[in-house]
Write a protein that binds this ligand. Structure first.
Ligand code: PEP
Ligand code: MG
Length: 595
């Protein structure tokens, strides 16, 4: 257990963190010691170097064996799509930055294996900490859990196996690795809370996929919560209630019943089409970052993939992935989702998305710097390889290619020209591809909005990336918590921008979709349909909710809602009007969980 003095807990003490996985769980706490091992660094003599390197190699081997064992358990738990997490950990165990650099340190600094590993892990963590993109920064937790495992094997410490926990309990831990999470038996561990973590960490992703309520980022959970304490996890609100009174207990039992009932009911919508009452179909697709996520997305009712963020392939591989490897990944994706399409976005690196291998120059203002297509058009070797792989995959299903962060017609033409050259190459080589592969442009900059009519002549479809468009439109850094309150999707400027894009697409007769986070928000979906979006791509877990909403409205009704909010002058007024409207129409989805 974590060595700390527990303070007396008052009835109904509330801790606030981040709701990482929705749902309510009520049980007693079970503290799990996942504290990091403290390495003891020791100077060694030159003749000790081989023995320390050998000890390190044995620890790596033991770690591999353990992960292989975890991997074998994964499919039995119905989580085979998450095998990639274990595979990622296995890959990290072979990464030269971990393996070779630690061995080098043992010899060059004459320190024991524990000391060298600790130093190297510290360096790797610093590299990840310097990245401002939340998703990528969270990949640091993968390095942490692999590093911890190797260190434990070096030191010879045995951990409590979460499968041996006698349930039902609520696990309380400083941190949990994805490997811990996939091993959880839902019958025994019915919820968990951690001191650290965020919404995008793999542990949170897995918790959502397993349907285990979780609250992370509580900071003080392990120092405040004693073992065997009655508690409640509210993953919807991101709160934990310690020592609930009888009244609170009954209140949460009611909330839990209500939530579980609603989720079950929503499952029935997965297989239905997202169609308005008057027969307008909206394609609800999934955003993915790794091919392994596709099976889960299809299960949740996604009609294909609306955004394949390919930069993550470049981060998980050792160096830029080869053409054949990319081709296999894209081909599998198009084959899996057939007859629906997969929209493959070319590399969106730079800005806040950092790939160490690319040695991007330090930029004063990277979000406005050499990112996305600007980078691809400079690093033409990488661009060519990726386009060849995408085109080759297009022969096996419905692939669409899309360019990110285009800010002008010239850039779009340069991308298309490049694509045409690659097509010519493939033709000469006699390699099959879809000659008619649709080519899309992401609308993510204010300039792209203002010239949407001109860009529409250069593209087969638009996909609005609101995550970036909102930040550039409102001049609000999407990753800066100090201005997060100004990041307003319902800002009249954003609504006008979206309207302009939809009108330009309609006038040119091209499709317009959205793949920013806004597309999956239940509050906004009717506004988006009214604006003209017919293709929304999102985190797949939102799909059944949106289907449920869309099937209950007609286009005429949503048009009236839009007309009412478009005249409001502030985001607050728009949001309030919209919330009132949605609550009235869908009390079950927008109301509190009280019965
Ligand atoms: C966006 O900007 O909305 C988008 C989908 O791209 P990303 O979040 O990857 O920048
Ligand atoms: Mg973007």
């Amino acid at each position: 257990m974590t060595a700390s003095v527990k303070i007396e807990i008052a009835e109904d003490t509330i801790l606030v963190g981040i709701g990482a996985s929705p749902g309510i769980a009520i049980a007693r706490s079970h503290l799990v010691n996942r504290a990091r091992i403290n390495a003891i660094e020791r100077r060694i003599a030159p003749e000790e170097v081989p023995a320390e390197i050998e000890a390190f190699e044995e620890a790596l081997e033991a770690s591999k064996r353990q992960l292989q064992e975890v991997k074998e358990q994964v499919p039995q738990q119905g989580l085979s799509e998450h095998l990639y997490i274990i595979d990622t950990h296995l890959l990290i165990l072979e990464d030269h930055m971990l393996v070779d650099d630690t061995k080098t340190l043992i010899g060059s600094e004459l320190v024991n294996a524990q000391g060298a590993l600790a130093r190297n892990l510290k360096r790797l963590r610093q590299i990840f900490d310097s990245i401002s993109d939340e998703y990528i920064r969270e990949r640091r937790s993968d390095i942490d859990s692999v590093g911890d495992r190797v260190m434990r094997n070096l030191v010879g410490e045995v951990r409590e196996n979460l499968q041996d926990v006698a349930g039902p309990v609520l696990v309380v831990a400083h941190d949990l690795s994805p490997a811990d999470t996939v091993q959880m038996d839902k019958g025994k561990i019915i919820g968990f809370v951690t001191d650290v973590g965020s919404w995008t960490a793999h542990t949170a992703i897995l918790a959502r996929s397993l349907g285990i309520p979780a609250v992370v980022g509580l900071e003080t959970a392990t120092s405040m919560i004693p073992n065997d304490l009655p508690m409640i996890i509210d993953g919807n609100a991101g709160t934990v209630i310690l020592k609930p009174s009888d009244e609170t207990f009954r209140e949460y039992l009611r909330k839990k019943k209500r939530f579980d009932y609603l989720e079950k009911k929503l499952e029935a919508f997965r297989s239905l089409s997202a169609e308005t009452k008057d027969g307008h179909h909206i394609a609800l697709r999934a955003n993915i970052d790794l091919g392994e996520k596709i099976a889960g997305a299809i299960e949740q009712g996604a009609e294909g993939i609306g955004l394949f963020r390919t930069e993550f392939l470049f981060m998980s591989a050792d160096g830029p992935p080869a053409e054949d490897w990319q081709f296999d990944t894209y081909r599998q994706a198009v084959e899996m989702v057939a007859p629906h399409p997969v929209t493959i976005r070319t590399l969106d690196v730079g800005g806040d998305k950092f790939v160490p291998e690319f040695n991007l120059a330090d930029e004063v203002n990277p979000v406005m710097g050499l990112r996305a297509v600007r980078f691809s058009l400079k690093e033409v070797g990488l661009f060519r390889t990726q386009l060849r792989a995408i085109l080759r995959a297009s022969a096996f299903g419905k692939a669409r290619v899309m360019f990110p962060m285009v800010s002008g017609v010239g850039e779009m033409r340069a991308c298309r020209q490049f694509l045409d050259n690659v097509k010519r190459e493939l033709r000469q080589e006699g390699i099959a591809f879809d000659e008619q592969i649709p080519v899309g442009v992401m609308i993510e900059t204010p300039s792209a909005v203002l010239i949407a009519d001109l860009l529409a002549k250069e593209a087969d479809f638009f996909s609005v990336g609101t995550n970036d468009l909102i930040q550039y439109c409102l001049a609000i850094d999407r990753g800066n918590e100090h201005v997060a309150y100004l990041y307003e999707p319902m800002h009249p400027a954003v609504l006008r921008a979206l309207k302009q894009v939809c009108q330009a697409a309609e006038a040119a007769g091209i499709e317009v979709g959205m793949c920013g986070e806004m597309a999956g928000e239940q509050l906004y979906c009717l506004v988006l349909i009214a604006l003209g979006f017919r293709d929304l791509s999102m985190n797949a877990s939102n799909i059944s909710r949106l289907k449920r909403i869309m099937r209950q409205v007609s286009l005429q009704e949503v048009q009236q809602i839009l007309d009412r909010i478009l005249v409001l002058p502030t985001a607050t007024e728009v949001s309030s009007a919209l919330e009132a409207e949605m609550l009235q129409r869908f009390p079950e989805l927008f109301g509190s969980l009280e019965i």
